[in-house]
Design a protein around this ligand. Structure first.
Ligand SMILES: C[S@@+](CC[C@H](N)C(=O)[O-])C[C@H]1O[C@@H](n2cnc3c(N)ncnc32)[C@H](O)[C@@H]1O
Length: 203
């Protein structure tokens, strides 16, 4: 905790997540959500204005009180949003209780991402879906080397962000079947911009 984590980091996170290049990913991912949605690591709430029917309610899970306070200012008037101050490794919801789980650029930062995905699988109804867009491990060996080399220092200044997580493999290992995944570099430094966007269902 302290000044950096409590004051600086939430503002840097908000600024970074305002990047206009992320908007088309957000629109596609949030556009596929329906029913009762839990968004994991809602941050400063950049996705919240994008939810529309057939979404009925959004449960906005976020461990940082500073980011939750920012997200409260990003609400869409017609969409009920309930904030849950908690970590994804222990989601305070019943088994099979939500229709959609959304995670956007969050799996990189969760300390125990495998546990968090197991929790997402637990709370999702058997007919539900996991919608994701995440950055992670690149396919090119030289980029991967940079990702492995940078991650120990990068995660210390970026709120725990790992550059090298194998997103699809992690999702599948938690008991999901991936229906669709599109990958590719966004403009920017290659170590930080290899994206995985898609959807998955419980096995
Ligand atoms: C890069 S930000 C992305 C925020 C948001 N998802 C977005 O798309 O703008 C990473 C988010 O992961 C959250 N996070 C970190 N550890 C977490 C955990 N254990 N459980 C849930 N969220 C976590 C951070 O607080 C932060 O909001």
């Amino acid at each position: 905790m302290g000044f950096y984590n409590d004051i600086i980091l939430p503002r840097v996170c908000d600024l970074a997540m305002r990047n206009a290049q992320l908007r088309p990913y957000r629109e596609r991912v949030i556009g596929a959500a329906e029913g009762l949605v839990i968004e994991i690591g809602v941050g400063s709430g950049r996705n919240l204005p994008l939810y529309r029917s057939p979404v009925k309610e959004v449960l906005a899970l976020e461990p940082s009180p500073q980011l939750t306070a920012m997200a409260r200012g990003a609400l869409h008037p017609g969409m009920p949003v309930r904030f849950i101050e908690a970590s994804a490794e222990a989601i305070p919801l019943d088994d099979q209780s939500v229709d959609t789980v959304v995670t956007t650029w969050t799996l990189c930062s969760i300390p125990d991402a495998a546990m968090a995905l197991t929790e997402m699988r637990r709370v999702l109804r058997p007919s539900g879906k996991l919608l994701f867009v995440e950055h992670g491990m690149a396919p090119d060996r030289n980029v991967r080397r940079w990702q492995d080399w940078l991650t120990p220092a990068w995660k210390r200044i970026s709120g725990g962000c790992h550059l090298n997580r194998p997103i699809s493999t992690m999702i599948e290992s938690a008991g999901f079947r991936i229906d669709r995944v599109e990958t590719g570099y966004m403009p920017g430094p290659k170590a930080m911009t290899f994206m995985y966007e898609g959807s998955a269902r419980p096995n």
